[in-house]
Design a protein around this ligand. Structure first.
Ligand SMILES: [Zn+2]
Ligand SMILES: [Zn+2]
Length: 573
């Protein structure tokens, strides 16, 4: 692949759409009258789930089929046998409806409705529609009105000027669609994918193809637009073919000898690079870094792995999270997941969490942590239950009981205390004084003008019991912009009053962001990597928080919860 090939990894919309859907979904499996092994059965159910999603059917139905596919893939017994002997419903997640489909599949080798859906929906066309920002319903209407059957035919009809004859399509919409169809390069989802979803998607594809995740995901960007997988393949043919038949990919929109671009059911493009093994490292560096970072390193030498590429460049290896702006120096030793000794922000059934104090504590202990702070909400949070002073004291009894069982692991008494609009806290100081860890949060009234919002937060930072400011900017990625808050002023106060700033690990928050972490650390402020878990599973978001801190160049010494319990219990003033 030539230098600068990263740019040409972009899909080109003028390329013919290739799709293997018809054969993959409705054709009989080669060499077998019926699907025989669990993987084949699971693939068919997965395909059915994708089509159900495309048809705007009840999303729970599609999800049930996906879950059933997962169960079957992992089942130790031949599922076809279970179906024949009438015992398949003993498997988790297989109900009567799915059993009926399975019987049809095992007995006839096909699911008739799957074929019908496919004829009605033409997945490549729907995939292209989503890519252009059309709903499934709208794409189907458009296809009917234009009497087209495929994405290629839709493209031809549009270019021939036939769109304007379709009811409901005005000159503006036509111009927008034509422009989108003609645009070369840079086709992106309207909004980036959240990091957890992007990892699930790209990680899943990489695992299925025995490749490496690359692009925005590998740099742990908070919103991922450039999704890529790099595979080492002496012969790219089989890898490209498998890519096109993955359940995650509904249509391949561009392909050449060693790369392809597929789109997901949401219309998100994913690039596959199938490189010669001798150049794998080169391709990975190119597909991982931000364009400016890669461009500054070019021309890249050819090498099998990344380390060798960097060695040949005489540049120290750079963690992917830092590959944004050009950088050739020795990177700092960034904080790592293993450095984290506890989680300082989580919820339980006392407020809006799904697990009890003891269940959360046990799960944190099983993660290898030394401590976990229970930080349930206070009444002013509004939308969900909040704990009063009395509740907090009753919760102390439950926390003490959990500590009896879990020692030497320590469940800490904490709170996520609302900051009221005037800057006062939602719990009296005598209660806060009893607690091991106090988070302060702005929840309601976030549209305040900047001076008022800044003053509100400043007041809270002056409270002697506050240890950490939660999700300081209050953003929800793709949903709500950041609060108007003077962060520089917050840094000053935080430094003066020994308050740390949170890097909230909820995938739709990631707040502070990497850039803001960097600003905070430059100002001398410490950070906390927390999950804000509302369930046992939520504790698993720590990698998102740590990676965001790494994007802000944080070292372990700058992250409060890399320290032992004794340091957490020591109040700084
Ligand atoms: Zn909160
Ligand atoms: Zn919270």
């Amino acid at each position: 692949m030539a230098a600068g090939a990263a740019a040409s990894n972009e899909p080109r919309l003028d390329a013919p759409i290739t799709t293997k859907w018809r054969r993959r979904l409705t054709g009989r499996l080669e060499g077998h009258a019926t699907p025989v092994d669990n993987r084949q059965i699971a693939d068919r159910l997965e395909a059915f789930a994708s089509l159900l999603e495309l048809s705007d059917a009840n999303p729970y139905t599609a999800r049930a089929y996906r879950r059933a596919a997962e169960t079957i893939r992992g089942a130790g017994l031949p599922v076809a046998e279970l179906v024949r002997s009438g015992r398949v419903r003993e498997l988790r997640g297989i109900g009567r409806g799915i059993e009926t489909r399975l019987r049809e599949l095992v007995e006839t080798g096909d699911i008739a409705e799957l074929g019908e859906l496919e004829r009605e929906l033409s997945p490549d066309l729907i995939g292209l529609g989503r890519y252009l920002g059309l709903s499934t319903k709208r794409s189907v209407e458009l296809a009917r009105a234009l009497d087209v059957r495929s994405a290629g035919e839709l493209r031809e009809a549009a270019v021939a000027g036939r769109l304007r004859g379709v009811p409901g399509i005005g000159p503006k919409t036509e111009a927008r669609l034509l422009e989108a169809l003609a645009r070369e390069g840079e086709p992106r989802p309207r909004e980036g994918l959240l990091l957890n979803r992007a990892w699930e998607l790209v990680g899943g594809i990489a695992a299925a193809l025995d490749g490496e995740p690359a692009g925005d995901v590998r740099r742990w960007r908070d919103s991922c637009e450039h999704l890529a997988v790099v595979c080492a393949a002496p012969d790219p043919g089989p890898v490209l073919a498998r890519f096109g038949s993955l359940p995650q990919i509904v249509a391949v929109v561009d392909q050449d000898e060693r790369r392809a671009v597929g789109v997901t059911v949401e219309g998100v493009p994913v690039a596959l690079v199938a490189t010669e093994p001798e150049r794998f490292g080169t391709a990975l560096v190119r597909a991982t870094g931000a364009p400016a970072y890669v461009a500054e390193l070019e021309p890249l030498p050819e090498a099998r792995d990344e380390e060798a590429v960097y060695r040949a460049l005489q540049v120290p290896w750079c963690p992917p999270e830092l590959r944004e702006a050009p950088f050739r120096a020795e990177p700092p030793a960034l904080v790592a997941l293993d450095d984290v000794r506890g989680d300082l922000h989580c919820h339980t059934t006392w407020s809006d969490g799904r697990a009890s104090v003891e269940e959360m504590g046990r799960a944190a202990k099983e993660r290898g942590y030394d401590y976990l702070a229970i930080c349930d909400h206070t009444p002013a949070v509004g939308a969900v239950r909040g704990l009063t002073a009395d509740d907090i004291r009753r919760q102390a009894v439950e926390i003490a009981a959990a500590n009896e069982v879990l020692a030497p692991f320590r469940v800490l008494r904490g709170t996520e205390c609302d900051i009221l609009p005037d800057g006062r806290l939602d719990l009296p100081d005598d209660v806060l004084a009893e607690l091991d860890w106090v988070q302060a949060s702005v929840h309601g009234g976030q549209r305040m003008p900047r001076p008022e919002m800044t003053k509100r937060v400043e007041e809270a930072l002056r409270n002697p019991y506050v240890r950490c400011l939660s999700h300081p900017k209050g953003r929800y990625i793709n949903r709500r912009p950041e609060n108007a808050l003077d962060l520089d002023r917050v840094f000053e106060l935080a430094l003066e009053h020994h308050v740390a700033l949170e890097v909230n690990g909820l995938p739709d928050r990631l707040d502070l962001s990497g850039d803001h972490v960097r600003d905070a650390l430059r100002a001398g402020v410490e950070i906390v990597c927390s999950t804000d878990a509302h369930s046992i599973r939520g504790l698993g978001n720590m990698p998102l928080s740590v990676a965001t801190a790494r994007r802000g160049w944080a070292t372990a010494a700058q992250v409060v919860n890399t320290r032992p319990l004794s340091a957490i219990l020591e109040k700084p003033r």
